[in-house]
Design a protein around this ligand. Structure first.
Ligand code: C2E
Ligand code: CA
Ligand code: CA
Length: 564
């Protein structure tokens, strides 16, 4: 792109403006330069300004005499240097007066041509050099700045931060990341103009801090700012001051930011990683409605190392059989006595070094990088094999539900993979139920809904997991392919104590009635909860009250009882 632009420039003549009141001088210069340049003339400052106003975009250089009638060269220089549109056009002053040099330099002139014009070679060379410098610096400033905030862009941030590393190895530096809480809502609610204002205000605050400290800042993208700064003790104070300032400037009363800081950063790490650590800390503040800041510390560091290790270990763990599928029975409570009706497959990792690791720890990690697909495929296969096994051993069919991660939903082969598993294990699609979390449907994603509809048509029963945790709207629900609603454990936990949660359970039951689907309550731990849920009309119950998730061999008694 850059080279194309340059080539275009080189094939046409550059435009040059001569501002000179003496006609002889104009003619002389014009003759000297018109071969190489497209020359324009003005006989005083005012005429020159008229031309500049119209042609500032295409004007490459101005040669300016100082002593002229109407408007002299000093006046014109003053106007040009004060205007953003004009100050990037280089001006060469033509004078025989040495003493004028300092003043014109201060006003932004880039060079001088001594009068009389008796050295054409020198004049041409100076003009050429000034144009080249101005063009290069224009290219630079154009990409160096984030247009909105005037801060550096990310690329230059990394480059200049690298310079700090190189020239100031003795400094103790921090990296920080700043995010605006709920920025998209601010844009929606107050308009993009206010959003932009807010971002500019953040940049102003950062500039203020950086004026007093070695360092630099950039806007990486959207509402995310990176800072590389000589170590600061009191981020709490800085965040508070900044929030006050932002509130005052933007007029948004509850505007808040979240800040992640990696203090005394390890400068042997690539800068990207140092910024990443600030980002990890910043993520801890996610979901907050007030200004919060967090530091990357030893504990976070160890957590990160542990996460990396788990990711590295996964493949080997699968090969070596460290993953085990547990099953938690679900009981139908519609009749007089609860009856085991199905089970949920839940993965466990028995790690040779770290022992029992909860899926709450590794599932989110594997979801981030897609490893979850491999693991889920393993679980689905195990569950399907278990269905066959129990069928063979006890002559009963116990349907098993498996968790399908949101990541799986984007796999174009999801349906065929599941069908293959069903076929290979000699079971029916009705026996393998699919638990899809409510949040997977976020945004009413048509692609996801289509896939689920197809699988439902194949005969898989679809259970909406964690229902009520906050994403679906009622009107969307009726159009979703759902066979069973599984109410979020959070409501069940407090159903006996909290009137609000009890009401939520009742609402879910009403919705289910409207959709004509049964409701599962999971996380049922006490008799009191069980009885209340039964009274409210809940159909199926899963929870420690009846059974914890168990390895299949421990469920033999419960399964064999079904056969009797
Ligand atoms: P989930 O799908 O909502 O699973 C229910 C979780 O509640 C399970 O936790 C289960 O052990 C726990 N639970 C069941 N009854 C009770 C109870 O009475 N009290 C309490 N306090 N907890 C109960 P677990 O096994 O730790 O799994 C956590 C989450 O990890 C699951 O939440 C699911 O989202 C995910 N997960 C587990 N296995 C798999 C898997 O194979 N694939 C995928 N994609 N996700 C899985
Ligand atoms: Ca589940
Ligand atoms: Ca759940």
């Amino acid at each position: 792109m850059k080279t194309v632009l340059r080539m275009e420039k080189e094939t046409r003549k550059r435009k040059l403006l001569i501002v000179e009141d003496e006609i002889i001088n104009r003619m002389m210069l014009g003759r000297m330069l018109s071969d190489e340049y497209d020359v324009l003339y003005a006989e005083n400052g005012q005429k020159a300004l008229d031309i500049i106003k119209n042609q500032c975009e295409t004007l490459s250089i101005i040669l300016l005499d100082l002593m002229m009638p109407v408007m002299d060269g000093y006046q014109l220089l003053e106007i040009l240097s004060g205007d953003k549109r004009y100050k990037t056009i280089p001006v060469i002053v033509m004078t025989s007066d040495k003493s004028a040099e300092i003043k014109t330099l201060q006003l932004g002139a880039v060079d001088f041509i001594p009068k009389p014009y008796d050295m054409p070679g020198v004049i041409k060379a100076r003009i050429k050099r000034s144009i080249k410098l101005a063009e290069e610096s224009r290219v630079l400033t154009a990409v160096e700045d984030d247009e909105l905030t005037g801060l550096y862009n990310k690329e230059f941030f990394y480059q200049y931060a690298g310079d700090i590393d190189m020239y100031h190895p003795e400094l103790n530096m921090d990296t920080a990341i700043i995010n605006v809480n709920r920025f998209h809502l601010i844009n929606e609610q107050y308009g993009h103009k206010v959003g932009d204002e807010l971002l500019r205000a953040i940049a102003d605050c950062l500039r203020l801090v950086l004026r007093k400290n070695i360092g630099l800042a950039c806007r990486s993208h959207s509402d995310i700012f990176f800072v590389y700064i000589a170590h600061q003790e009191d981020y709490d104070y800085l965040c508070r001051r900044m929030t006050e300032e932002l509130g005052a400037v933007s007029g948004i009363p509850d505007v808040s930011i979240r800040v992640g800081v990696y203090k005394h950063c390890d400068r042997s790490l690539p800068l990207v990683e140092r910024i990443d650590r600030a980002a990890i800390a910043c993520n801890l503040c996610r979901g907050s409605y007030i200004t919060t800041y967090a530091c990357y510390d030893q504990e976070l560091h160890e957590k990160e190392l542990f996460a990396e290790k788990l990711i590295r270990d996964m493949d080997k763990a699968l090969e070596q059989g460290q993953f085990k599928v547990y099953y938690q029975p679900k009981y139908n409570i519609e009749g007089n006595t609860p009856a085991l009706s199905s089970a949920e497959a839940l993965i466990r990792w028995i790690h040779p070094e770290h022992g029992f690791i909860s899926p709450g720890v590794f599932i989110p990690l594997f979801e981030e990088n897609g490893l979850i697909q491999k693991l889920d495929h393993f679980v689905w296969n195990e569950a399907a094999a278990q269905i066959t096994k129990w069928k063979k051993e006890f002559g009963v069919s116990v349907p098993i539900s498996v968790n399908v991660s949101r990541v799986d939903m984007f796999d174009p082969n999801l349906e065929s993979k599941l069908l293959k598993i069903v076929e290979n294990n000699g079971i029916t699609t009705a026996e393998l139920m699919l638990e899809i979390t409510e949040s997977a449907y976020t945004g009413n994603n048509k692609q996801i809904i289509d896939v689920v509809e197809r699988m439902q048509a194949d005969g898989f029963r679809i259970e909406m997991d964690d229902f009520g945790s906050g994403y679906s709207s009622l009107n969307m629900l009726s159009s979703l392919p759902i066979d069973i609603l599984k109410i979020d454990m959070g409501f069940v936990r407090r159903v006996c104590e909290s009137e609000k949660d009890k009401r939520m359970v009742e609402i879910v039951l009403e919705i289910a009635k409207m959709l004509d689907v049964p409701v599962v309550a999971e996380g049922v731990e006490t008799e009191e909860q069980y009885l209340l849920l039964k009274k409210l009309g809940c159909n199926i119950i899963q929870g420690y009250y009846f059974s914890r998730p168990e390895p299949p061999e421990k469920l033999v008694e419960k399964i064999s009882a079904l056969a009797k």
